[in-house]
Design a binder for this molecule. Structure first.
Ligand code: ADP
Length: 256
């Protein structure tokens, strides 16, 4: 009986050990699956511009007698896809570094209002081409401790989206309020908006609402994923509200 009881005890202990070991492996397995998904999505995204470049180059080689003017459509397509790839690779490198905790913020005293204004100025030309008005209401001064380069990247991503997804003649309003302990930034556009089904996914890597439109606009689907990382690393929050065909509003709150 003693021997039998002992065997059962040993069996139970081994089973419990297996169960606990298996459970503790779940987060590692999930993270590995996420990494595999990331690599597979990244390869897929890189494959499309590569295939387009290959096709246009093959067409160019088929007509060595053509002048540059005659081939300008193919050449500008190759350039456009190469630019997209370069943007994609930049975004992928940033995300790979955030995943492996190799990317740290370089905080120093900055003026947030100046960063917002500089980013708006950068977008001015792009907006003018589409006859879009950039309307600003920015409190000043807004001193804070932050990573200036990353905040520029955040602002340019959000403003670029607002201009990209707003048709000609629209308006983008940039409102920045300094509160007691935080700064609240709103970027509101009169653009195409986001479908309710797409809205919960816009911060996902590679997620693009209207594939055809975002591709035509040179989108990578990585902008908001990186923007979220930047905001959260600064201890802030970012969210989007949107109505299809009416527009989108991005709210960013950062602690001072
Ligand atoms: P992308 O490079 O495709 O713009 P993002 O990560 O910046 O990628 O955005 C993800 C998706 O969210 C976009 O493809 C687009 O469908 C949607 N989106 C983001 N900002 C806006 C906006 N201001 N208006 C409409 N759609 C937007």
């Amino acid at each position: 009986i003693l021997l039998f009881g002992g065997s059962i005890g040993l069996f139970a202990a081994v089973a419990a050990g297996f169960y606990l070991a298996n459970r503790s492996l779940i987060p590692i397995r999930r993270s590995l699956e996420k990494q595999q998904q990331f690599v597979s999505d990244a390869s897929h995204e890189l494959r499309t511009p590569l295939a387009v470049i290959q096709a246009h180059t093959e067409l160019l080689l088929r007509h060595p007698d053509h002048t540059i003017e005659q081939d300008s459509k193919h050449i500008s397509n190759v350039l456009q896809e190469a630019r997209r790839m370069s943007k994609l690779v930049g975004g992928l490198l940033t995300l790979a570094r955030t995943d492996s905790n190799q990317l740290e913020l370089e905080r120093k005293p900055v003026q947030f209002d100046r960063i917002v204004q500089e980013s708006v100025n950068k977008m001015q030309m792009l907006a003018e081409v589409k006859d879009i008005i950039l309307h600003t209401e920015i409190d000043s001064p807004i001193p804070m401790e932050a990573d200036e380069e990353r905040l520029h990247q955040l602002l340019v991503t959000v403003l670029d989206n607002a201009v990209k997804y707003t048709p000609e003649g629209g308006v983008v309003r940039i409102i920045c309020n300094k509160l007691a302990h935080s700064v609240q930034l709103e970027v509101e556009d009169t653009g195409v908006g986001i479908a309710p089904d797409d809205l919960p996914h816009v911060f996902d890597r590679f997620y693009r609402g209207d594939k055809a439109r975002t591709r035509q606009e040179g989108g990578t689907g990585l902008g908001l994923a990186i923007a979220k990382w930047i905001v959260e690393r600064h201890g802030g929050r970012i969210r989007l509200e949107s109505k299809p065909l009416i527009g989108t509003r991005v709210y960013i709150s950062l602690p001072l």
